[in-house]
Write a protein that binds this ligand. Structure first.
Ligand SMILES: [Mn+2]
Length: 313
């Protein structure tokens, strides 16, 4: 009995995931789409995407994504999304469907009639991989590339603390199925637009280290996007430059939005739990990598994060 693949039928199916999908949400959803296609089962893939999908994920079969969803679906398959609000404009369609199936690795997703979850998994593509294997479904090169993308991005190129032996086992099986590790990694991490590199140098200049909390913070202002003619989706890599600081254990990148609110990305270099810190702002994610949105000022955010770190140590 397979919780995921035994629940598929040829009624109307929507495949989706969190708003502004990352490599794991896109990789898992598109791998699932490819499998349904191979079984001759109709489905739409649709996400709430503000702007464009980052060019560093365009090695995925993003042509399979529909611009608009239908008004109603019998089954909705949700990937990499811990709560229904994170579906954005697709939330109502999902909640009005007959059957929601959630495949995820966040802690305790708050919705879903059927949940296929493992919070200890490094990526949603890892959770999906296990389902695929237990159903004896063949993984071709395209599916392998999708699954590999989620593994690479959610483990930070096999470096974060969630990288365990099973991650490498799956990665090696995906290589056997034809996954193109080098070209995927190059597209994700080695293909940064010149303007984004210039913005990076400015963001690195703004970096501040708070010794007591071992916290590094930098920020991107909304006017920077105009100045460097760049989309916010093209600078997701910046947090990884900031978290390199040896003297830090937590890194925070604040990205100012058009309405002057901030989006924060948190990374932990130790066992300090940034998911707990993000939750203080109503955000979430994982222990080593989390995010939030807030209307607080930069100073207020900084104070709150510093206090949260102190209360954990
Ligand atoms: Mn994920």
């Amino acid at each position: 009995m397979n919780k995921l693949f035994d629940n598929i039928n040829n009624s109307s199916n929507l495949i989706t995931g969190h708003i502004n999908p990352d490599g794991d949400a896109l990789g898992s959803a598109l791998a699932f789409k490819l499998i349904l296609d191979s079984k001759g089962i109709d489905s739409d893939v649709c996400f709430d995407i503000k702007g464009n999908i980052p060019s560093n994920l365009n090695h995925l079969p993003i042509n399979l994504i529909s611009k608009n969803a239908k008004d109603k679906y019998e089954n909705v398959f949700v990937f990499d999304c811990g709560n229904s609000q994170r579906l954005g404009v697709l939330e109502d369609i999902a909640l009005n469907s007959k059957n929601i199936v959630v495949v995820d690795h966040h802690i305790d997703p708050s919705f879903g009639d059927i949940q296929v979850i493992d919070p200890t998994a490094a990526s949603t593509t890892q959770v999906l991989y296990r389902e695929i294997i237990s159903s004896d479904i063949e993984i071709d090169k395209n599916i392998a590339n999708c699954l590999m993308t989620g593994l690479i991005t959610d483990t930070g190129r096999f470096q974060y603390s969630n990288t365990d032996y099973e991650v490498f086992q799956i990665a090696s099986k995906l290589m056997v199925s034809g996954a193109e590790l080098t070209s995927i990694s190059d597209n994700i991490y080695g293909s940064i637009p010149m303007n984004a590199i210039k913005l990076q140098s400015e963001v690195l200049n703004r970096i501040e280290l708070f010794d007591d909390e071992e916290l590094v913070i930098s920020y991107v202002l909304h006017e920077d996007y105009k100045k460097y003619n760049i989309e916010s989706s093209e600078i997701d890599f910046l947090i990884d430059s900031i978290r390199l600081v040896k003297e830090s254990k937590v890194a925070l990148l604040l990205k100012e939005q058009e309405d002057k609110s901030f989006k924060g990305s948190l990374r932990s270099r130790t066992n300090l739990d940034v998911q707990q810190i993000a939750s203080l702002f109503g955000g979430g994610g994982h222990k080593a990598a989390s995010g939030f949105s807030t209307t607080l000022s930069m100073e207020e955010i900084t104070t709150k994060v510093k206090n949260a770190i102190r209360s954990q140590t």
